[in-house]
Write a protein that binds this ligand. Structure first.
Ligand code: TTP
Ligand code: MG
Ligand code: MG
Length: 355
């Protein structure tokens, strides 16, 4: 049996800002782009969440919901620094560490567990150390698998320790909404709800044929997740590749409506790739090839990661618009997302580039 911890900072970006600037403490704070520049909320303090403010919400909407909320522009360098510091602590307490994003990681502590040092003790000690050394709180989930530990760490946020004892995984998951399971995004959830399946209990009650129909090749894996029997190992270094999609047109076109519609379709394909990992990227790229085979890309790096088809499409369309010019015909269009949280290709400054 393994003992896995999942740790995740509470309101990461905003907590760092509140720590560094005492005037922000105890107040509704949002980190993200400006409302005029169509910015979105990257992180909202728990005080701001009481007003219904959430990550990925347009900043304009957030400030409408809570006009006295204080907006702070993101400082990615600072968050990267804190992230490296917490990962050092994680590596000191656990044998294996798999960072998932800047603010969270899985840890396998199986080898350090003893009768007098239970997984719960290790987690409590870890939480205390992070508060003492970094002045920030993390929520931790303790379980026998990655998926259950991750769901547990999110359960009682903020500043919480949630333990799922061995053997109780199934009961723990049963009452939860299906979307709590990793791999069930909004699209899949919608289809399952159409079958009257809303909770994990209802999911595991379905027949083999239903599972095969709904999940195809991943049915076996997903069923294990739903039963709390996820066996996936802690992976020390995870590759996060970019997600992209492109199409060569049957006839070259310069028609703005056709091109925009194509960009939307490609954005949906890219979003589906991102949906499988649940990780958004900061950079949206548009690739274009003209009738004469000249190929070029345009890209934009955004303060908050994009993951939904609409977010990707809005950014990609904004790159497309200036390229539509009289007499210009396109033979290929591509859309891509990169710049994932915690990866090396994330630039330190939001920027607008073309090459
Ligand atoms: P999360 O861990 O998802 O969120 P959080 O730490 O702000 O809040 P909590 O964990 O307590 O629910 O993401 C970590 C950071 O990643 C977050 O502080 C900002 C960034 N982020 C975005 O930029 N955009 C997003 O849509 C999300 C979800 C996160
Ligand atoms: Mg967090
Ligand atoms: Mg996180």
């Amino acid at each position: 049996m393994r003992h896995i911890l999942h740790a995740d900072f509470d309101a990461f970006y905003t907590s760092v800002e509140q720590r560094d600037n005492p005037a922000l403490r105890g107040k509704p704070v949002v980190v993200g782009g400006s409302p005029e520049g169509r910015g979105v909320v990257a992180s909202a303090s728990y005080e701001a969440r009481r007003y219904g403010i959430r990550s990925a919400m347009p900043m304009y909407t957030a400030l409408q919901r809570c006009p006295k909320a204080i907006r702070v522009p993101p400082r990615f360098d600072r968050y990267g620094e804190v992230s490296r510091q917490v990962m050092v602590i994680f590596r000191e307490i656990a044998e294996l560490v798999e960072p998932l994003s800047l603010d969270e990681a899985y840890m396998d502590v199986t080898d350090v567990v003893t009768a007098s040092n239970t997984p719960e003790d290790i987690a409590a000690h870890l939480r205390a150390r992070v508060v003492r050394e970094l002045g920030l709180t993390i929520s931790v989930g303790v379980a026998t698998s990655k998926s259950v530990a991750k769901i547990a760490s999110d359960m009682n946020k903020p500043d919480a320790l949630t333990v799922v004892p061995p053997g109780e995984e199934r009961e723990f998951l049963a009452p939860l909404d299906i979307q709590k399971l990793p791999g069930i995004g909004p699209k899949t959830a919608e289809r399952l709800r159409g079958d009257g399946v809303n909770t994990v209990a209802e999911l595991i009650a379905q027949s083999d044929t239903w599972w095969a129909k709904r999940f195809g090749g991943t049915a076996h894996h997903m069923r294990r997740l739903a039963l709390g029997e996820d066996r996936s190992p802690i992976i020390e270094h995870r590759e996060r590749k970019s997600a992209s999609a492109e199409t060569t047109l049957s006839t070259d076109t310069g028609d703005p409506d056709m091109l925009r519609e194509l960009v939307d379709r490609l954005s949906q394909r890219v979003a589906r790739q991102l949906d499988s990992t649940g990780i958004g990227g900061h950079t949206v790229k548009l690739k274009l090839r003209l009738s004469d085979f000249t190929t070029f890309t345009r890209q934009v790096t955004l303060p908050a990661p994009v993951i939904s088809p609409d977010e990707i499409a809005v950014a990609a369309r904004s790159l497309l618009t200036p390229e539509i010019q009289p007499g210009r015909h396109f033979r290929l269009v591509g859309v891509g997302v990169s710049g994932f949280e915690g990866s090396d290709d994330l630039p330190h400054q939001p920027r607008l580039t073309g090459f």
